[in-house]
Design a protein around this ligand. Structure first.
Ligand SMILES: *Cc1c(COP(=O)(O)O)cnc(C)c1O
Length: 360
């Protein structure tokens, strides 16, 4: 066994050795037939992963790039956008819309709580929005929002696009783009996809493209119309991260073999184990239980107040890289990521290490 430090942080996550190896294939030119074959192969598998009959795009970028793409392409300058905020990542996406000159309204919930379709319905009944932006899995708080129920509300409005950040949810928590009425679902490679960082993926509806045509200045790198135009020819507008695509192609095969629904179920098992541990050791869970994330658990440290720096140092001695909480709840919580290709045996080892630290 290798003695590298295993990542239990919520991104980047542990990448299997076979996937790392897949990156070492000889390079191919991105205007070659071999590349078009690779692109087409990945497209078919990605459509299954997003549960969509529509298009999926991929490019060299982190998830943040596709936040910018969503805000720039899907919102007209003279129309407002509604951002649903309840943690650090949903806050940042709203900042990105503002940085692109968009008019941002918000619905906010307390950290640890999930959004409700009722409040979204109320906001949409008062004003016409170009888009509703929501984070599927709020990585800072460990909350998974009820995307299906919110989608039902948003789809009652023909001119309102439904944009979903599923960066830390995709391939860990259930997501069905077509059934749930999602126009743009964006993600990146280094979370539950369990790839190295550097790639971003999104499903793109026809409604998104129709809207983008109404936005004169979409920028260049993240112009969805150009990206889709190339994608339809199994290509990309500029040079893509080919090595990462080799890794992604292999990982997609492996996820197909595991089965998408089995993968979602495995994440639920890992969540149950983590909750059981957090409860029985007197911590509890920070997120509202009814909406607790299948991919990351935010352990509530407000009662026990263990020293998270000492914990992380202790766990480093066992070759685990641990999280110490995010943003304003750092230390008051710490997060255990159980996403990607993590199996029960590794989580057991993590929890046993934590038990040793707290003397349980
Ligand atoms: C990590 C994360 C992001 C940022 O993605 P990058 O790939 O780091 O740019 C956005 N949203 C959520 C929910 C995340 O967890």
């Amino acid at each position: 066994m290798s003695t590298h430090k295993r990542l239990v942080i919520p991104g980047p996550v542990e990448v299997r050795e076979e996937i790392l190896q897949a990156q070492t294939q000889w390079m191919i030119g991105h205007r070659s037939t071999a590349f078009a074959d690779l692109y087409a192969r990945m497209q078919t598998k990605l459509k299954h992963m997003f549960q969509t009959e529509g298009r999926v795009i991929l490019l060299g970028s982190s998830g943040t790039g596709l936040w910018e793409a969503a805000s720039r392409n899907c919102i007209r300058d003279d129309k407002p956008v509604l951002h649903l905020i309840g943690g650090a990542f949903s806050e940042r996406w709203a900042e990105i819309s503002k940085a692109n000159g968009k008019q941002v309204d918000t619905v906010e919930v307390e950290w640890g709580q999930a959004h409700t379709p009722e409040r979204v319905a109320e906001a949409l009944s008062k004003k016409a929005y170009d888009a509703v932006c929501v984070v599927h899995n709020e990585t800072s708080t460990g909350v998974t929002n009820p995307i299906k129920a919110i989608g039902k509300i948003v789809r009652q409005y023909d001119d309102t696009l439904f944009l979903v950040d599923t960066v830390s949810g995709f391939l860990g928590a259930e997501l069905r783009v077509d059934d749930w009425g999602i126009d743009f679902a964006l993600t990146s490679s280094q979370k539950a996809f369990a790839l190295p960082p550097g790639m971003a993926f999104a499903s793109v509806s026809e409604r998104v493209l129709a809207r983008a045509k109404q936005v004169p200045f979409r920028g260049y790198y993240f112009d969805l119309i150009e990206i889709v135009k190339s994608g339809d020819k199994n290509n990309t507008p500029s040079t893509p991260p080919v090595s990462l695509m080799f890794a992604a192609d292999k990982q997609l095969d492996d996820i197909m073999a595991e089965g998408l629904e089995n993968r979602w179920a495995r994440h639920l098992t890992l969540r149950e184990m983590t909750h059981q541990w957090a409860d029985s050791r007197g911590f509890g869970v920070y997120a509202d239980r009814a909406h607790a994330s299948p991919t990351v658990t935010t352990v509530d440290n407000r009662t026990k107040q263990i020293d998270v720096d000492a914990m992380a140092k202790f766990m480093a001695g066992k070759n685990f890289s641990m999280d110490k909480g995010y943003g304003k709840i750092k230390g008051a919580t710490f997060r255990i990521a159980h996403m990607g290709d993590m199996q029960v045996a590794m989580l057991e080892e993590v929890l046993a290490g934590l038990d040793e630290f707290i003397g349980a």
